[in-house]
Design a protein around this ligand. Structure first.
Ligand code: KIV
Length: 271
């Protein structure tokens, strides 16, 4: 990449850096990325973590859900993102049914790391036995709790999770089990801010929120949502940063600043 010809000393962030950010109370900024051009732009704006999310099924491929996304899709998009990335930590999603069995999960994760260049893989749900097996094989794992888009055909709708006392206790218990299983990061999606705060305080691993309030250790958004180009209903937890920016780079910079300074998410973006 010519943009990086004289920029070879940029240090790639590691999980240890992200862990230290949590310890130091520095908020972690994260956005999804699906291609090299966006990866370069986000990387240069200082986004700490690029998530190659299976949300690409909806926002890139125009599918109705994330379910049709395949391992080949994920390897391709992870590879092109990692080509554009110098400093950010890269997490890649394990798509629907790619991690139902431990060995299959580990083999698929290995492809995302070896062929895609991911530094960590993410899987939805409290799959503690599978997490434990992958960690034993040396695979860094990020878990994902709360709203789980891959379960849309079981749940029937994308709704806030953990609102009732019992449900909140289950999410918290799952989060603790996930950390004990060896996951090194957790994403919590669409849960009450108070529950996300409790989880972030109890866990030693970084907890990144989306629709989970300002007290998480970091924030992630789908990049097209924060640029206001996603189609359909705008979820409450997103913010269109293009409304106050005159360039995409400026919008991303504003997002990073607002995450670091705990301006985003505000009350109006939280549950
Ligand atoms: O696929 C994705 O983009 C995600 C985020 C919404 C957390 O999992």
């Amino acid at each position: 990449m010519s943009q990086y010809a004289d920029n070879s000393r940029v240090k790639q962030k590691t999980i240890v850096d992200l862990q230290q950010m949590k310890l130091a109370g520095q908020k972690i900024s994260s956005l999804t990325a699906y291609d090299a051009s966006f990866a370069i732009l986000l990387d240069q704006a200082g986004v700490d973590v690029l998530l190659v999310g299976d949300s690409l099924g909806m926002v890139v491929q125009g599918q109705a859900s994330t379910l049709p996304v395949t391992m080949q899709d994920m390897i391709y998009h992870t590879r092109v993102v990692s080509r554009g990335c110098q400093q950010a930590f890269i997490i890649a999603d394990l798509p629907f049914m790619s991690c139902a069995i431990a060995m299959q999960a580990a083999e698929n994760a290995a492809q995302l790391i070896q062929q895609g260049g991911a530094h960590m893989v993410k899987l939805e749900g409290a799959k503690t036995a599978i997490i434990e097996f992958m960690v034993q094989q040396g695979i860094p794992v990020c878990a994902h709790l709360g709203l789980l888009p891959q379960l849309i055909n079981q749940s029937g709708k994308y709704a806030v999770q953990g609102k009732e006392e019992k449900a909140a206790a289950r999410v918290l218990a799952d989060a603790i089990k996930i950390e004990q299983a060896g996951a090194q990061m957790l994403i919590v999606e669409c849960i009450p801010a108070a529950l996300a705060q409790q989880i972030s305080e109890q866990l030693t691993i970084p907890v990144i929120g989306i629709g989970a309030g300002v007290h998480c250790d970091g924030q992630v958004l789908v990049v097209y949502d924060m640029l206001g180009i996603s189609q359909g209903r705008k979820p409450r937890f997103t913010k269109n940063y293009m409304l106050q920016a005159d360039s995409i780079a400026g919008a991303v910079q504003a997002y990073v600043t607002e995450v670091k300074e705990q301006i985003f998410p505000a009350q109006e973006h939280s549950f």
